[in-house]
Design a protein around this ligand. Structure first.
Ligand code: SAH
Ligand code: SF4
Length: 368
């Protein structure tokens, strides 16, 4: 019999379990504190829990974390962590320490079904959602990695910008965010947990009602026809519907909603595009992150050159829209935005489909 994954358990789930064992329900909160405050997945170390209950915890749950398959340190100090799930699938997160913060980019799915043309994860298609526990495991593993690197810091900022569309895996992502924000557990500030979405309008509305996280919208074009060509989601939820829901969103940060704008040479980077962008943003408190397109094997799209990028940026800032240029970290190890496709070191130059076929062969081997 397979045991339930301990990290999938919510606080109320732990309390009910404790009650069913004849123990006090508050111990349920303490168990989750060990996991999500002390990054500890070894019940034998839960010193404020009786030895009898510890034994039951060990025999009743699966306490293992996804296995670290490969660590890919980047020249810029970030580190891509390739993880293997229990069913032998690969997922990844990227740890990005800087002077005053430690940001972790987490995945919410294995692959993604949104099929954005410029994104390598989109080329993989969706294999499956990650569970709440598999999302939280990335934070615990990152904190354990920091400790192993001799750092006394823990993760301070989390961005859902790894593999997957977080709002396509809504309940698991919301449940993980609740633990990230709870001051008894990971205790991160609501300004420091950011959910990035391609624009699933009904889910954005529901997110605003459910959990106070910061929101980032992957916009990339303010022209409906062009955006639909780049991001199929726009055919279902066009720009007017997106703007309507954003105008009502309970904003968490000083600068309002963040818009991600990947600058692709000759595609969406002219002043005419900037004009449309300004028009779309009218009436919203917004910041635009300009991200030079990260190249990947099998794609002809490349980044806008710096001069043109500056002109685009100036057009926005002259109209009081903050528009920093953001170079994604971890490019040398395919750890940058849009480059995540579960690759090992020797596979970085391969197209996602080639890797997917290799993975399938590997997976079939494990079932023999
Ligand atoms: N699915 C979510 C979050 C994961 S993608 C979303 O789309 O928002 C994280 C960010 O990387 C998004 O802003 C996405 O548009 C961007 N991205 C995708 N491909 C990219 C590429 N090739 N270069 C730069 N950024 C890219
Ligand atoms: Fe999915 Fe985001 Fe990539 Fe689009 S940009 S395919 S939504 S991961």
């Amino acid at each position: 019999m397979t045991h339930p994954f301990a990290l999938d358990m919510t606080e109320s789930g732990w309390k009910e379990w404790c009650t069913a064992q004849g123990a006090k329900p508050f111990l349920g909160t303490q168990i989750l504190e060990w996991i999500a405050r002390k990054d500890c997945n070894e019940p034998e170390k839960f010193s404020n829990v009786s030895s009898a209950l510890r034994a039951k915890l060990i025999e009743s749950f699966d306490w293992s974390l996804p296995v670290i398959d490969t660590l890919l340190p980047s020249g810029d100090g970030s580190e891509k962590i390739l993880l293997k799930t229990k069913d032998n699938l690969f997922t990844e997160c990227v740890l990005m320490p800087s002077e005053n913060r430690v940001t972790l980019c987490v995945s919410s799915q294995v692959g993604c079904r949104m099929a954005c043309t410029f994104c390598q994860t989109g080329k993989m298609g969706l294999t499956r959602h990650l569970s709440r526990g598999e999302i939280l495991a990335q934070v615990i593993i990152a904190n354990q990695r920091l400790k192993a690197r001799g750092e006394s810091r823990r993760v301070t900022n989390i961005v859902f910008m790894g593999m997957g569309e977080p709002l396509d895996n809504f309940e698991e992502v919301v449940s993980a965010c609740e633990v990230m924000l709870d001051e008894r557990f990971f205790g991160l500030s609501k300004h420091k947990v950011t959910v990035s979405t391609s624009g699933l309008v009904p889910a954005i509305e529901e997110l605003g009602r459910r959990v106070p996280v910061s929101l980032a919208i992957s916009l990339h074009s303010a022209d409906d026809e062009q955006r639909s060509g780049m991001m199929p989601v726009n055919k279902t939820y066009p720009l007017t519907a997106l703007k309507d829901v954003l105008l009502k969103y309970p904003v968490q940060t000083r600068h309002g909603i963040t818009f991600e704008y990947v600058m692709i040479n000759g595609v969406n980077d002219s002043i005419a595009h900037a004009k449309k962008l300004v028009k779309f943003l009218h009436g919203m408190k917004a910041k635009v992150n300009l991200i030079p397109m990260n190249p990947h094997p099998g794609s002809t799209m490349v980044a806008t050159d710096p001069e043109r990028m500056r002109e685009f940026q100036k057009y926005l800032t002259d109209r009081s829209i903050p528009a920093p240029v953001r170079y994604s970290r971890g490019q040398d190890v395919s750890g940058a935005c849009g480059q995540l496709a579960s690759k090992r070191k020797d596979e970085l130059q391969l197209a996602p489909r080639t890797v997917a076929l290799a993975r399938r062969r590997e997976w079939l081997e494990t079932r023999r």
